[in-house]
Design a protein around this ligand. Structure first.
Ligand SMILES: [Zn+2]
Length: 411
C-alpha cells in the first residue's frame, strides 16, 4: 500500500483531502473463517486544484486486488443486456471492422466481446486475472492474461497490428499507472480507430451520494473535465458521449486520435459540469458533509427498526456494501445475516464487519420483518424476488440513493 504524494493525472503536489471513510479492508476480501487475519487500509479522497481529479489517497497493490478476481461480468443481467446494445452501437460507429480487430482491455469473462465473436469479427481480450481469462477462453473469446499498459500495447501492435476498435469498460478508475495505460491505448489504436471508454460518472456519485462506490479498487472518480485532461495528454480526443445504465449511472466516451468536431452532446456535458460546479472543491466538501449525515440517519433508522421489530437481515453482499457497512459501523449486532445469490459467497463473512452470508432461502426462512437492501442498485429485482419467492410482506430499508428510506413491499 502506498500513499500518493502528487495528483494521479497532473502531478500537482497540493491535492486537498476532503473525505475520510476510515481504515477499511479490501471490499472483496470476504472471510472464510471469522478469526482469519484481516488487513485494513486507509480509504480517503482528495481533489486536485489543477486538473480537478477526485482520487483515493492510497493505492493498494493491484496484484493483491485483481490477480484472482471474483467479479464475473456475465452474472449481471444488466451487463448481459447492455453488451448487445454496446455491440450494435460500436458497429454503427465503425467502418470496415471486418478488415480489422477489436481489443478489450480488462475484458473480464469476455461478455462484451462475445457479440463480436458470434458475428465473426476478430477480437482479443486482455485481462490480468487467470481464473477469469480461463472462463473467457472456454466461451470462445481469445484472451491473454496481462495487465494492460505500454508493454502489452507494444506486444499487441507487433503481433496483430493496430486495432480498429478498443474497448475500455469500467477499468480506467482501477488503474494505478494511468499514464502508462492511456499511452498504451494510443500505441495500439489505428489512426482512424475508435476507442470506447465506459466509467461510473462522478456526477452520479456526487448527485445521488453513491459514496458506497468508493473502495480501494476505484482509485479515480472521473468527470468529463478530468478525464479529458488525461486523454488529451496522449492525443486522444472525446468525440461523442452516451449514457449507460451500468453501476447506477455511467458514461461511454467515444474517443479518436483526430481532434475533429465534437458532438453537441459533448458540449452539453461540459456545460452541465460548469452549472452544477462538480469540478470545484466546495462541492466535494458539501458531498462529504452529506456523507457523514447520511451515516447518522441510516444508523437511526436501523436502531429504530431493531427496537420495534427485532433483528434485521441484509440482501446483497456486494463490494459496494463493504464500504457502507464498514464506514457506518454496521456489524452483526445490527444485521444478523446477509442473503446473496452468488453461491461462492455462502458460508463466508463480510470483510471487517463479520456478518454471515447465506443463500436467500436460508436467510428468508427466519421470516424477518425488515430486509436491508445493500445491493440497492438492484432494488426492483430484489423486491420482486422477495415477493414472489418468499411471500415477503414486510418492509425494506434502502440506504441509497440519496437519503435512506423505508418502503413497504405490499404497496
Ligand atoms: Zn491534478
Amino acid at each position: 500500500m502506498e500513499k500518493i504524494k502528487t495528483c494521479r493525472i497532473c502531478n500537482n503536489k497540493n491535492i486537498v483531502e476532503f473525505l475520510d471513510l476510515g481504515e477499511q479492508p479490501p471490499a472483496n476480501s470476504l472471510m472464510k473463517n471469522i478469526d482469519d487475519e484481516e488487513v485494513f487500509y486507509p480509504l480517503s479522497l482528495s481533489w486536485c486544484p489543477e486538473c480537478n481529479l477526485v482520487q483515493l489517497n492510497h493505492t493498494v497493490d493491484p496484484k493483491e486486488l485483481f490477480s484472482n478476481y471474483v467479479w464475473v461480468t456475465s452474472t449481471s443481467k444488466t451487463a448481459r443486456e447492455h453488451s448487445e446494445v454496446f455491440y450494435n452501437d460500436i458497429l454503427s460507429r465503425t467502418n470496415n471492422l471486418e478488415e480489422g480487430y477489436v481489443i478489450e482491455a480488462a475484458s473480464n469473462d469476455g461478455t462484451f466481446l462475445l457479440p463480436f465473436v458470434k458475428n465473426n469479427y476478430k477480437v482479443l481480450g486482455v485481462d490480468p486475472a487467470q481464473n477469469i481469462v480461463n472462463i473467457a477462453v472456454s466461451k470462445g473469446v481469445p484472451t491473454i492474461c496481462r495487465f494492460f499498459g505500454t508493454d502489452t500495447a507494444e506486444e499487441l501492435l507487433q503481433n496483430h497490428g493496430p486495432a480498429q476498435v478498443i474497448i475500455v469498460r469500467n477499468v480506467l478508475s482501477h488503474v494505478a499507472n494511468l499514464h502508462d495505460f492511456v499511452k498504451g491505448l494510443n500505441i495500439c489504436l489505428k489512426e482512424d480507430g475508435l476507442l470506447a471508454i465506459e466509467f461510473h460518472y462522478a456526477k452520479e456519485i456526487f448527485e445521488e451520494l453513491h459514496y458506497d462506490s468508493i473502495y480501494h479498487e476505484h482509485l479515480c472518480y472521473f468527470t468529463l473535465k478530468s478525464v479529458e485532461n488525461l486523454l488529451n495528454r496522449y492525443n486522444l480526443f472525446v468525440n461523442d458521449i452516451k449514457e449507460s445504465p451500468i453501476s447506477g449511472g455511467s458514461l461511454i466516451l467515444y474517443v479518436k486520435k483526430e481532434k475533429g468536431t465534437v458532438s453537441p452532446t459533448v458540449q452539453r456535458y461540459r456545460d452541465i459540469e460548469k452549472t452544477i460546479k462538480i469540478n470545484e472543491l466546495r462541492s466535494w466538501k458539501d458531498f462529504a458533509t452529506k456523507v457523514y449525515s447520511h451515516r447518522d440517519q441510516l444508523l437511526e433508522i436501523l436502531k429504530d427498526a431493531i427496537k420495534t421489530k427485532g433483528p434485521i437481515v441484509g440482501y446483497g453482499a456486494s463490494a459496494r456494501s463493504s464500504t457502507l457497512l464498514n464506514f457506518c459501523g454496521i456489524d452483526s449486532k445490527y444485521v444478523t445475516k446477509i442473503a446473496d445469490q452468488n453461491t461462492l459467497k455462502h458460508k463466508h463473512y463480510t470483510a471487517g464487519t463479520h456478518i454471515p452470508i447465506e443463500s436467500p432461502e436460508d436467510v428468508m426462512s427466519e421470516k424477518p420483518e425488515y430486509v436491508f437492501i445493500l445491493a440497492w442498485n438492484f432494488t426492483d429485482e430484489i423486491i420482486n424476488s422477495l415477493r414472489e419467492n418468499f411471500d415477503f410482506n414486510g418492509k425494506c430499508i434502502l440506504p441509497l440513493p440519496n437519503n435512506p428510506k423505508i418502503v413497504n413491499v405490499r404497496e
